[in-house]
Design a protein around this ligand. Structure first.
Ligand code: GTP
Ligand code: MG
Length: 273
């Protein structure tokens, strides 16, 4: 009895946390969790009905962590079931399918649903979010590229991982980093350590990259009216070049955006007298 007692972990060192999964139906939330906990992949789609609950133990540094995982159903039909599970959460696994643009676009709506359910006193600042760009094994159907996903995640201060529940790529790394971040948060009195709380690029840079990516032509890309003068084009170009120059900007996708702006200016100036 005595011997067993001494082998036990110090009770003060163990920690209990709550983690939830969020994201549209069929993006792979349950498979990601299954891949990590059971080391297997199920190719047949078995929709989660309401909520699946599981407990797992992990070790971070010298601490034993009991993780309560609430795997949510993504289908809108289950809103009433899942809405009460948002509270008292330390970590969120936010998943989209890289081959389904809708599931990426829906991430904001998922955050909005959580915010609404937490109510006016709920604080999303002190929750660790990890974004999983899932099904990266389906390369043929991919329509949301890494820089677009990473930009969205990092501009919100979220972790970002490319994953495949099918091959297992990225899954262990994702969970490890996720749990370490949650333990860091708990050891910091439940507040996000300041080093993780802000992105290393500005909102203006992130917005410019998104606008450039979605622009319909070269005028639109530079943010000038069709038929603008050489001066106007050059002025708009200089502003964007300073904002997005690879030496100055580390936001995901900035290099491509910068090149696109250079090309847009060249194309426009060719046709302006
Ligand atoms: P709901 O429970 O309805 O919200 O869905 P979910 O997000 O939990 O999706 P689930 O994990 O059940 O996976 C949906 C389908 O996608 C299943 O057929 C899985 O086999 C498949 N799937 C999940 N992850 C991957 C992946 O990384 N690659 C591929 N190719 N298929 C995957
Ligand atoms: Mg599921």
């Amino acid at each position: 009895m005595e011997a067993n007692m001494s082998k036990r972990k110090e009770p003060g060192r163990s920690l209990r946390i709550k983690v939830i999964s969020m994201g549209n139906a069929e993006v792979g939330k349950s498979c990601i969790i299954k891949r990590y906990c059971e080391k297997r992949f199920v190719s047949k789609y078995l929709a989660t009905i309401g909520i699946d609950y599981g407990v797992t133990k992990v070790h971070v540094r010298d601490r034993e962590i009991k993780v309560n995982i609430f795997d949510m159903a993504g289908h809108p039909f289950f809103y009433e079931v899942r809405n009460e599970f948002y509270k008292d959460t330390q970590g969120v696994i936010l998943v989209y399918d890289v081959g389904q643009k809708d599931s990426f676009d829906a991430l904001d709506a998922w955050l909005a649903e959580m915010k609404q359910e937490l109510g006016p006193h709920g604080n999303m600042e002190n929750i660790i979010f990890v974004v999983c760009a899932n099904k990266i094994d389906c390369t043929k159907h991919r329509c949301v590229d890494e820089s677009e996903g990473r930009l969205w995640a990092e501009s919100k201060g979220f972790l970002y991982f490319e994953t495949s529940a099918q091959t297992g790529e990225g899954i262990n790394e994702m969970f490890q980093t996720f749990y370490v971040s949650i333990v860091d948060l708990c050891e910091n009195g439940g507040k996000r350590p300041t080093t993780n709380s802000s992105a290393s690029f500005t909102k203006e840079q992130a917005d410019a990259i998104r606008r450039i990516r979605n622009s319909k032509d070269s005028w639109d890309m530079l943010g000038v009216k069709p038929g603008a003068s050489r001066d106007e084009v050059n002025k708009a170009y200089r502003k964007l070049a300073v904002l997005l120059h690879p030496d100055k900007c580390v936001a995901p996708g900035s290099e491509d955006a910068f090149k696109a702006v250079v090309n847009a200016r060249t194309a426009l100036l060719k046709n302006i007298k």
